[in-house]
Design a protein around this ligand. Sequence first.
Ligand code: PAF
Length: 282
Amino acid sequence: MQIVNTVSDIRDVIKAWRVAGETIAFVPTMGNLHAGHIDLVHKAKAIADRVVVSIFVNPTQFGVGEDFATYPRTEQADQTQLLAVGADALFLPSVADIYSPDAVTMVTVNGISERYCGAFRPGHFSGVATVVCKLFNIVQPDKALFGLKDFQQLTVIKIMVRDLNIPVEIIPVETVREASGLALSSRNGYLTAAEKSVAPELYKVLCEAKAAVCLGKQKFADIEQHGLRTLEQFGFKPDYLSICCSHDLSPATVEDTEIVILVAARLGKTRLIDNIYFSKDI
Ligand code: PAF
């Protein structure tokens, strides 16, 4: 596995592969890799000749008072895992290499970026869209893989790729869960042992909300309120629980069949997000 620290060096590595006629799949990450990330790399290997993984804790997607400074940086362990899974290149740029001090351009996917997580993390999705757009311009992959756990992020990226004609295929990959149902996340490491035992309730609440929708309960606002109250009873401080259309994340109506239920809630100092998506039987 080649470990590459600069934009010009990764461009050279990729150019050589392109000259040899090889296809490239890309897995952008912020590191602290878990089984969900490794699954993305596995899937990437199956669909392209070469796999590039980036690790870049992107400052522009963190708000004031968020965990940019303390975000877990576990470079050595990450490298070991990527070597074992057979990634071809690890791109590890510095902040200065990605953002010139004079940079004034940001990418904003209007509308969707202000809802749900965007309402609680102003500027977050502009930071995500900007860095992902830059990474796509640097790596120029044929395919890029993203976890479905960050459903809103995935939707923002799909819209950006469509609107800016970026020639990359976005491949969504299933969320990896612990046996308890808790979705794997780098931020799970912030949970205390007591919080860890409560955290799976987040997914249980989603499953219950899905069951209510599928049973034909018509008042989605009541299902959402019930879910929020249940989370509060377990000690969460929920930001939102919303029943949405899975194609554009607009609020779902009873006529909609392709549904995603999005949730974000704080447990102690940790902010957890999750979702469940499904086709409603009609
Ligand atoms: O999902 C993440 O880890 C990040 O938001 C991403 C897509 C790597 C952009 O920094």
